[in-house]
Design a protein around this ligand. Structure first.
Ligand code: URA
Length: 272
C-alpha cells in the first residue's frame, strides 16, 4: 500500500481528490490493497482445499425487501404509496420503506423542498452529496442555478415544490439504475398526485423519460408541452427542460433552459 501523507493539508487534499472523483463512501474500516492480495495469496503454502466459508453476516446487510426481485418490490412500493393520504404520510411511508437498496448507502431521505401548494412542481433525477447531507432536493450547485433560473421568471422556492424521481442518493452520484427508478416510481407518482400541481417541470432526461414515457433524449423533448397522466386520471401540463447540472457543464445551453422557463412563465400567466 502507498504510504499516506502525514501532514494534515496533504491528507485533506487526498480526501478532496477522492470525493471529487466520486469516491465518498467508505465500505470498510480499513483500506485493502487489492494489487498486493493475489501476490500474498500466491506466496502462501497451498493448504488442502477447505469447504467454502460462509460469508460473515454484514452489519449493513440489506433488509429482505431490498434483496427481493425488483418486480416484487415495485409492486410492494405501489401498494404502500397508494396508502398515503397526504404528503406527510407519504414521506413517513417512504422513510420506512426498505425496498430500495439506495436507502442503505444514503445518509438521508431527500423527499421534497418548497411549497406543495405551489402551482409548479419540479422533478429532478436523484439527490447528490449536498442533498443527501441536508435531506432535501436541489441544495447544491445545481439547486443554486435552479433558484437563479426560477428568479428570472419571478419564482422562488416558496412558490414551487421540488422533488426527484429517486429520493435517495446513488453512491458516488452514479445514475440510478432502471430497477431503482422502477422501485421509486410509485412514490414520485403518488407525490405528484397528492401535490397536484398545475404544471410539472421535468428536469433532465431521466425525469422526462420516466414520468412522461418519452423515448427521445432531452435535447429533442425539451421545450415541448406534454401531458402527465396521474393515477387518479388528472392531467397535468408537463414541460421537459435541461437539468441544471447539465447547464453547469454546458453553459452555452443555458439559453435553451431560459427559453423553457419563459414558456413556463407564459403558461402560468395564461399567455399560451
Ligand atoms: N440533481 C438532481 O437531479 N436532484 C437533486 O436534488 C440534486 C441534483
Amino acid at each position: 500500500m502507498q504510504d499516506l501523507p502525514s501532514d494534515r493539508d496533504a491528507l485533506q487534499a487526498l480526501l478532496d481528490f477522492h470525493v471529487e472523483a466520486g469516491v465518498d463512501l467508505a465500505l470498510d474500516e480499513t483500506p485493502h490493497n487489492r494489487f498486493a492480495e493475489p501476490k500474498a495469496e500466491a506466496a502462501k503454502p497451498q493448504a488442502p482445499k477447505a469447504p467454502p466459508a460462509q460469508p460473515a453476516p454484514s452489519p449493513r446487510a440489506l433488509p429482505k425487501a431490498a434483496a427481493s426481485a425488483p418486480e416484487e418490490v415495485a409492486s410492494l412500493a405501489r401498494e404502500q404509496a397508494r396508502h398515503a393520504q397526504s404528503l406527510e404520510e407519504l414521506e413517513a411511508i417512504l422513510a420506512g420503506f426498505d425496498g430500495c437498496a439506495l436507502k442503505f448507502s444514503a445518509k438521508n431521505l431527500a423527499f421534497a423542498d418548497g411549497n406543495p401548494e405551489g402551482r409548479v412542481m419540479l422533478v429532478g433525477e436523484a439527490p447528490g452529496a449536498d442533498e443527501d447531507r441536508i435531506g432535501k432536493p436541489f441544495m447544491g450547485r445545481s439547486g443554486q442555478l435552479l433558484d437563479r433560473m426560477l428568479a428570472t421568471i419571478g419564482l422562488d422556492r416558496s412558490q414551487v415544490y421540488v422533488a426527484n424521481i429517486v429520493p435517495w442518493r446513488p453512491p458516488g452520484n452514479r445514475t440510478p439504475t432502471p430497477q431503482e427508478i422502477a422501485i421509486c416510481k410509485p412514490f414520485i407518482a403518488r407525490q405528484i398526485e397528492l401535490a397536484s400541481p398545475e404544471f410539472l417541470l421535468c428536469l433532465g432526461g431521466p425525469a422526462a423519460q420516466n414520468l412522461l414515457g418519452v423515448k427521445d433524449g432531452i435535447l429533442r423533448t425539451r421545450g415541448r408541452w406534454f401531458t402527465y397522466k396521474a393515477d387518479d386520471g388528472r392531467e397535468i401540463k408537463a414541460l421537459p427542460t435541461l437539468h441544471p447540472a447539465y447547464l453547469l457543464r454546458q453553459p452555452l445551453q443555458k439559453r435553451l433552459g431560459w427559453r423553457d422557463f419563459q414558456a413556463l412563465r407564459r403558461a402560468l400567466d395564461g399567455r399560451d
